[in-house]
Design a protein around this ligand. Sequence first.
Ligand SMILES: NC(=O)c1ccc[n+]([C@@H]2O[C@H](COP(=O)([O-])OP(=O)(O)OC[C@H]3O[C@@H](n4cnc5c(N)ncnc54)[C@H](OP(=O)(O)O)[C@@H]3O)[C@@H](O)[C@H]2O)c1
Length: 266
Amino acid sequence: MKILIIGGGNMGMTYAQSFLRSHIAGKDNMMILEKSPEKAVELSQKDIGTVYGLPEHCVSQADLVILAVKPQDSAHLFSTLRPYVHPQQVFLSIMAGVKMAAISDALGVQKIIRAMPNLPAQIGMGMTAFTSSDEVTRIELVTVQNLMNTTGKTVYVEKESAIDAATAISGSGPAYVWFFMKALIEAAREMGFSPSEAELLVSQTFSGAIELYNASSLSCEEWIDRVSSRGGTTEAALSTYRSNAVHDDIIAGAVAALRRAEELGR
Ligand SMILES: NC(=O)c1ccc[n+]([C@@H]2O[C@H](COP(=O)([O-])OP(=O)(O)OC[C@H]3O[C@@H](n4cnc5c(N)ncnc54)[C@H](OP(=O)(O)O)[C@@H]3O)[C@@H](O)[C@H]2O)c1
Protein backbone atom coordinates (compact mmCIF):
# COMPACT_ATOMS: atom_id res chain seq x y z
CA MET A 1 0.00 0.00 0.00
CA LYS A 2 1.35 3.42 -0.99
CA ILE A 3 0.93 6.02 1.73
CA LEU A 4 1.05 9.75 1.07
CA ILE A 5 1.32 12.10 4.04
CA ILE A 6 0.38 15.68 3.19
CA GLY A 7 2.02 18.15 5.57
CA GLY A 8 5.49 17.32 6.87
CA GLY A 9 4.99 19.10 10.21
CA ASN A 10 4.74 17.75 13.77
CA MET A 11 1.96 15.24 13.22
CA GLY A 12 2.89 14.28 9.67
CA MET A 13 6.42 13.40 10.81
CA THR A 14 5.15 11.63 13.92
CA TYR A 15 3.07 9.38 11.65
CA ALA A 16 5.87 8.78 9.12
CA GLN A 17 8.40 7.92 11.81
CA SER A 18 5.98 5.71 13.78
CA PHE A 19 4.97 3.72 10.68
CA LEU A 20 8.60 3.17 9.69
CA ARG A 21 9.83 2.41 13.23
CA SER A 22 7.18 -0.27 13.65
CA HIS A 23 7.96 -1.73 10.18
CA ILE A 24 4.27 -1.55 9.31
CA ALA A 25 5.27 0.48 6.24
CA GLY A 26 8.53 0.61 4.33
CA LYS A 27 10.11 3.83 3.09
CA ASP A 28 9.67 2.65 -0.53
CA ASN A 29 5.94 2.97 0.04
CA MET A 30 6.04 6.29 1.88
CA MET A 31 5.56 9.65 0.20
CA ILE A 32 5.45 13.06 1.85
CA LEU A 33 4.02 16.15 0.21
CA GLU A 34 5.30 19.33 1.83
CA LYS A 35 4.72 22.79 0.39
CA SER A 36 7.53 24.58 2.17
CA PRO A 37 10.71 24.12 0.01
CA GLU A 38 13.04 24.56 3.00
CA LYS A 39 11.17 21.95 5.03
CA ALA A 40 11.04 19.62 2.00
CA VAL A 41 14.86 19.73 1.73
CA GLU A 42 15.14 19.04 5.46
CA LEU A 43 12.70 16.11 5.21
CA SER A 44 14.53 14.58 2.21
CA GLN A 45 17.61 14.22 4.41
CA LYS A 46 15.68 12.18 6.99
CA ASP A 47 15.33 8.97 4.98
CA ILE A 48 11.62 8.62 5.63
CA GLY A 49 10.38 8.15 2.07
CA THR A 50 10.14 10.26 -1.06
CA VAL A 51 9.45 13.94 -0.52
CA TYR A 52 7.40 15.88 -3.07
CA GLY A 53 6.58 19.55 -3.44
CA LEU A 54 3.66 19.30 -5.87
CA PRO A 55 0.46 17.22 -5.74
CA GLU A 56 0.61 16.30 -9.42
CA HIS A 57 3.80 14.30 -8.76
CA CYS A 58 2.43 12.02 -6.04
CA VAL A 59 -1.30 12.18 -5.19
CA SER A 60 -2.65 9.82 -7.85
CA GLN A 61 -0.14 7.07 -6.88
CA ALA A 62 -1.36 6.87 -3.27
CA ASP A 63 -3.74 4.26 -1.85
CA LEU A 64 -3.96 6.10 1.46
CA VAL A 65 -3.72 9.90 1.70
CA ILE A 66 -3.15 11.35 5.16
CA LEU A 67 -4.23 14.97 5.50
CA ALA A 68 -1.98 16.55 8.16
CA VAL A 69 -1.98 20.27 7.38
CA LYS A 70 -3.44 22.96 9.67
CA PRO A 71 -7.24 23.28 9.35
CA GLN A 72 -6.89 26.84 8.01
CA ASP A 73 -4.80 25.48 5.09
CA SER A 74 -7.36 22.81 4.18
CA ALA A 75 -9.44 24.81 1.65
CA HIS A 76 -6.39 25.70 -0.42
CA LEU A 77 -5.05 22.16 -0.14
CA PHE A 78 -8.35 20.66 -1.35
CA SER A 79 -8.41 22.87 -4.42
CA THR A 80 -4.89 21.76 -5.39
CA LEU A 81 -5.59 18.05 -4.73
CA ARG A 82 -8.95 17.68 -6.44
CA PRO A 83 -7.69 17.08 -10.02
CA TYR A 84 -5.48 14.16 -8.88
CA VAL A 85 -7.67 12.18 -6.46
CA HIS A 86 -9.67 9.07 -7.38
CA PRO A 87 -12.58 7.25 -5.72
CA GLN A 88 -10.62 4.13 -4.66
CA GLN A 89 -8.30 6.15 -2.43
CA VAL A 90 -8.81 6.27 1.34
CA PHE A 91 -8.41 9.67 3.01
CA LEU A 92 -7.37 9.87 6.65
CA SER A 93 -7.77 13.37 8.06
CA ILE A 94 -6.34 14.43 11.39
CA MET A 95 -7.25 18.09 10.87
CA ALA A 96 -9.08 19.45 13.91
CA GLY A 97 -12.62 20.63 13.19
CA VAL A 98 -12.72 19.70 9.48
CA LYS A 99 -15.82 17.54 8.97
CA MET A 100 -15.96 14.46 6.74
CA ALA A 101 -18.73 16.08 4.66
CA ALA A 102 -16.46 19.07 3.97
CA ILE A 103 -13.67 16.75 2.76
CA SER A 104 -16.07 14.73 0.65
CA ASP A 105 -17.61 17.87 -0.92
CA ALA A 106 -14.29 19.55 -1.58
CA LEU A 107 -12.49 16.51 -3.02
CA GLY A 108 -15.39 14.54 -4.50
CA VAL A 109 -14.29 11.38 -2.62
CA GLN A 110 -16.25 9.00 -0.36
CA LYS A 111 -13.77 6.87 1.59
CA ILE A 112 -12.94 9.09 4.54
CA ILE A 113 -11.58 8.38 8.01
CA ARG A 114 -11.43 11.24 10.49
CA ALA A 115 -9.16 10.94 13.51
CA MET A 116 -8.18 13.06 16.48
CA PRO A 117 -4.76 12.09 17.83
CA ASN A 118 -2.95 13.85 20.66
CA LEU A 119 0.59 15.02 21.30
CA PRO A 120 1.96 11.95 23.16
CA ALA A 121 1.62 10.19 19.78
CA GLN A 122 5.15 11.57 19.29
CA ILE A 123 6.47 8.96 21.75
CA GLY A 124 4.03 6.16 20.90
CA MET A 125 1.80 7.03 23.88
CA GLY A 126 -0.93 8.85 21.98
CA MET A 127 -4.69 8.47 22.24
CA THR A 128 -6.63 8.66 18.99
CA ALA A 129 -10.39 8.62 18.48
CA PHE A 130 -11.51 7.93 14.92
CA THR A 131 -14.59 7.43 12.81
CA SER A 132 -15.25 6.70 9.16
CA SER A 133 -17.69 7.11 6.31
CA ASP A 134 -19.80 4.08 5.30
CA GLU A 135 -17.82 3.67 2.09
CA VAL A 136 -14.62 2.66 3.93
CA THR A 137 -14.42 -1.14 3.94
CA ARG A 138 -13.71 -3.19 7.07
CA ILE A 139 -10.27 -4.15 5.72
CA GLU A 140 -9.37 -0.53 4.93
CA LEU A 141 -10.49 0.55 8.40
CA VAL A 142 -8.44 -2.15 10.14
CA THR A 143 -5.40 -1.31 7.99
CA VAL A 144 -5.60 2.37 8.95
CA GLN A 145 -6.27 1.52 12.60
CA ASN A 146 -3.13 -0.68 12.63
CA LEU A 147 -1.13 2.26 11.26
CA MET A 148 -2.54 4.63 13.91
CA ASN A 149 -1.91 2.04 16.65
CA THR A 150 1.82 2.56 16.06
CA THR A 151 1.38 5.98 17.73
CA GLY A 152 -0.44 4.68 20.83
CA LYS A 153 -4.00 3.56 21.49
CA THR A 154 -7.07 4.07 19.34
CA VAL A 155 -10.82 3.98 19.83
CA TYR A 156 -13.44 3.82 17.08
CA VAL A 157 -16.47 6.08 17.58
CA GLU A 158 -19.71 5.65 15.63
CA LYS A 159 -20.73 9.30 15.53
CA GLU A 160 -18.61 12.08 14.09
CA SER A 161 -19.76 14.38 16.92
CA ALA A 162 -17.74 12.17 19.31
CA ILE A 163 -14.59 13.42 17.56
CA ASP A 164 -15.29 16.90 18.98
CA ALA A 165 -15.80 15.31 22.40
CA ALA A 166 -12.50 13.41 22.07
CA THR A 167 -10.83 16.70 21.10
CA ALA A 168 -12.06 18.15 24.43
CA ILE A 169 -10.91 15.14 26.48
CA SER A 170 -7.83 13.48 24.96
CA GLY A 171 -6.88 16.07 22.32
CA SER A 172 -6.59 18.99 24.73
CA GLY A 173 -6.20 16.70 27.77
CA PRO A 174 -2.38 16.68 28.01
CA ALA A 175 -2.51 20.45 28.66
CA TYR A 176 -4.97 19.91 31.56
CA VAL A 177 -2.53 17.44 33.11
CA TRP A 178 0.38 19.88 32.69
CA PHE A 179 -1.77 22.64 34.22
CA PHE A 180 -2.30 20.51 37.35
CA MET A 181 1.38 19.50 37.38
CA LYS A 182 2.46 23.14 37.12
CA ALA A 183 0.37 24.10 40.16
CA LEU A 184 1.82 21.21 42.18
CA ILE A 185 5.38 22.14 41.11
CA GLU A 186 4.70 25.69 42.33
CA ALA A 187 3.42 24.31 45.64
CA ALA A 188 6.59 22.21 45.99
CA ARG A 189 8.75 25.28 45.26
CA GLU A 190 6.89 27.28 47.93
CA MET A 191 7.60 24.44 50.38
CA GLY A 192 11.35 24.86 49.78
CA PHE A 193 12.27 22.35 47.06
CA SER A 194 14.65 23.38 44.27
CA PRO A 195 13.14 23.60 40.74
CA SER A 196 14.60 20.23 39.69
CA GLU A 197 13.53 18.53 42.92
CA ALA A 198 10.01 19.98 42.57
CA GLU A 199 9.74 18.75 38.96
CA LEU A 200 11.00 15.28 39.89
CA LEU A 201 8.60 14.95 42.83
CA VAL A 202 5.64 15.94 40.70
CA SER A 203 6.42 14.12 37.44
CA GLN A 204 7.28 10.86 39.21
CA THR A 205 4.10 11.17 41.30
CA PHE A 206 1.98 11.57 38.15
CA SER A 207 3.75 8.69 36.35
CA GLY A 208 3.49 6.43 39.43
CA ALA A 209 -0.19 7.21 40.05
CA ILE A 210 -1.07 6.54 36.40
CA GLU A 211 0.95 3.31 36.23
CA LEU A 212 -0.67 2.09 39.46
CA TYR A 213 -4.12 2.95 38.12
CA ASN A 214 -3.40 1.13 34.84
CA ALA A 215 -2.03 -1.91 36.66
CA SER A 216 -5.14 -2.37 38.83
CA SER A 217 -8.88 -2.69 38.35
CA LEU A 218 -9.69 0.01 40.90
CA SER A 219 -11.48 3.21 39.85
CA CYS A 220 -10.07 6.67 40.64
CA GLU A 221 -12.70 7.00 43.39
CA GLU A 222 -11.63 3.68 44.95
CA TRP A 223 -7.95 4.67 44.89
CA ILE A 224 -8.81 8.01 46.49
CA ASP A 225 -10.75 6.20 49.27
CA ARG A 226 -7.75 3.89 49.86
CA VAL A 227 -5.22 6.68 50.29
CA SER A 228 -7.24 9.27 52.19
CA SER A 229 -7.68 8.30 55.82
CA ARG A 230 -10.03 10.35 57.98
CA GLY A 231 -8.27 13.37 59.46
CA GLY A 232 -5.14 12.69 57.36
CA THR A 233 -3.07 14.85 55.01
CA THR A 234 -4.58 13.63 51.73
CA GLU A 235 -8.07 14.27 53.04
CA ALA A 236 -7.05 17.81 54.05
CA ALA A 237 -5.98 18.53 50.46
CA LEU A 238 -8.98 16.85 48.84
CA SER A 239 -11.50 18.61 51.08
CA THR A 240 -9.92 21.96 50.09
CA TYR A 241 -10.21 20.99 46.40
CA ARG A 242 -13.83 19.95 46.95
CA SER A 243 -14.82 23.15 48.75
CA ASN A 244 -13.17 25.17 45.96
CA ALA A 245 -15.14 23.21 43.34
CA VAL A 246 -11.92 22.15 41.55
CA HIS A 247 -13.61 18.94 40.35
CA ASP A 248 -16.53 20.87 38.81
CA ASP A 249 -14.14 23.41 37.29
CA ILE A 250 -12.22 20.63 35.51
CA ILE A 251 -15.50 19.38 34.02
CA ALA A 252 -16.47 22.95 33.06
CA GLY A 253 -13.09 23.38 31.32
CA ALA A 254 -13.58 20.21 29.26
CA VAL A 255 -17.11 21.33 28.33
CA ALA A 256 -15.73 24.73 27.23
CA ALA A 257 -13.22 22.87 25.01
CA LEU A 258 -16.08 20.83 23.48
CA ARG A 259 -18.11 23.99 22.74
CA ARG A 260 -15.05 25.55 21.10
CA ALA A 261 -14.41 22.41 19.00
CA GLU A 262 -18.05 22.51 17.83
CA GLU A 263 -17.77 26.23 17.05
CA LEU A 264 -14.56 25.72 15.03
CA GLY A 265 -16.26 22.90 13.11
CA ARG A 266 -18.98 25.32 11.96
N1 LIG B 1 0.01 18.75 16.92
C1 LIG B 1 -0.90 18.00 17.57
O1 LIG B 1 -0.73 17.56 18.70
C2 LIG B 1 -2.19 17.66 16.88
C3 LIG B 1 -3.13 16.86 17.55
C4 LIG B 1 -4.31 16.50 16.89
C5 LIG B 1 -4.53 16.95 15.60
N2 LIG B 1 -3.62 17.75 14.99
C6 LIG B 1 -3.91 18.21 13.65
O2 LIG B 1 -2.84 17.84 12.82
C7 LIG B 1 -2.72 18.78 11.76
C8 LIG B 1 -1.25 19.15 11.60
O3 LIG B 1 -0.79 19.75 12.81
P1 LIG B 1 0.76 20.00 13.03
O4 LIG B 1 0.92 20.41 14.43
O5 LIG B 1 1.53 18.83 12.50
O6 LIG B 1 0.98 21.25 12.03
P2 LIG B 1 2.32 21.79 11.39
O7 LIG B 1 3.50 21.39 12.20
O8 LIG B 1 2.11 23.24 11.07
O9 LIG B 1 2.43 20.97 10.02
C9 LIG B 1 1.66 21.22 8.90
C10 LIG B 1 2.59 21.20 7.70
O10 LIG B 1 1.79 21.18 6.53
C11 LIG B 1 2.40 22.06 5.58
N3 LIG B 1 1.41 22.45 4.58
C12 LIG B 1 0.45 23.42 4.66
N4 LIG B 1 -0.27 23.45 3.52
C13 LIG B 1 0.23 22.48 2.71
C14 LIG B 1 -0.11 22.02 1.40
N5 LIG B 1 -1.08 22.60 0.69
N6 LIG B 1 0.59 21.00 0.88
C15 LIG B 1 1.60 20.43 1.59
N7 LIG B 1 1.97 20.82 2.83
C16 LIG B 1 1.29 21.83 3.39
C17 LIG B 1 2.90 23.20 6.42
O11 LIG B 1 3.85 23.97 5.72
P3 LIG B 1 4.04 25.52 6.16
O12 LIG B 1 4.61 25.49 7.54
O13 LIG B 1 4.94 26.05 5.11
O14 LIG B 1 2.64 26.15 6.14
C18 LIG B 1 3.49 22.43 7.60
O15 LIG B 1 4.81 21.99 7.32
C19 LIG B 1 -3.60 19.98 12.11
O16 LIG B 1 -4.73 19.98 11.29
C20 LIG B 1 -4.00 19.75 13.54
O17 LIG B 1 -5.33 20.15 13.78
C21 LIG B 1 -2.46 18.09 15.59
